[in-house]
Design a protein around this ligand. Sequence first.
Ligand code: NAI
Length: 339
Amino acid sequence: QAGRQFVGAGREVARRCFSSAAEAPERKVAVLGAAGGIGQTLSLLMKMSPSVTKLSLYDIVNTPGVAADCSHVNTGAQVTGHVGADQLDDALKGCDVVVIPAGVPRKPGMTRDDLFAINAGIVAGLVDGVARNCPEALITMISNPVNSTVPIAAEVLKKHGVYNPKKLFGVTTLDVVRAKTFYAEKNGLDVNTVDVPVVGGHAGITILPLFSQATPSAQMDQETIEALTVRTQNGGTEVVEAKAGKGSATLSMAYAGALFADAALRGLNGVQDVVECTYVESSVTDVPFFSSKVKLGPEGVSEIYGLGDLTDYEKDALDKMMPELQASIDKGIDFVKNM
Ligand code: NAI
């Protein structure tokens, strides 16, 4: 009885988190870095998504085991495992969405930019595979530093002549997930009813939650707004320190990554009014890549929304992040130019 209740609860979570499969087309999703801390849980969540018909799990190690394990879950998606560079092409052929959580995570004391030296090359290699095998796929980039890995991906795709800015996304959903949780907790609201836009990028001061636009609106004094802003910006570091050298956010990131992938799939499938904050090529500010609310559609990005009315505090924070964001973007572009 308890077991049945648990499975029922699991289905209910899946129903709430994921789109309905009713009349949805067949969709193949690849997870690159599927054997990692994020990758394994994300693979399970994608296996539970009714929108996924084929799930391709790729890593340089351990994917046969992860794929065998995941394949026993009694949901519709067919799972295949691919290990090592010579199996990357097979993993990617025919994909509609490619989710990339490959690469090293932070340890205490590290910034996301400290990961650049290793992750830039990993991401460039994987996106090269996407360009060769499924250039039409939507790419959702989780690997850090996202502020640089998304421009890296854009440059690699350009080299192959297949870059479509509507199809490349930096996943900032975890910042939104955190901002919603902290805002609901602080104001005694039901977290299921809460929305908080988060704009900018995905590192330190480039993460800017717009609490002035949070719904339902709650009265917060300036001190509380600043404390919640800093907590959202440092949410990743909070987890890195609590894990004390054993990695960064994996469970909450897998959840956020699955939410975003599912939103991308719903958009592809023609579901109306799918809107998420995500880091894309953008003309909303002076920097070429920026995260704001984006409507997702059959082509990927269908509309990028502006920032709306900002408070003086938010305007100031926006000005302050610009040099760091631009530098991270330039670093990514230069990396590919010098490859
Ligand atoms: P992890 O070390 O547990 O897993 C990474 C996986 O990537 C490993 O299985 C590894 O074998 C694989 N990998 C390495 N090189 C590869 C290659 N060339 N091709 C395919 N797979 C490869 O790390 P974790 O915790 O899963 O984090 C992954 C990335 O996600 C990190 O860069 C981390 O900073 C980032 N991250 C991003 C967040 C976001 O909000 N966007 C939040 C949390 C983490």
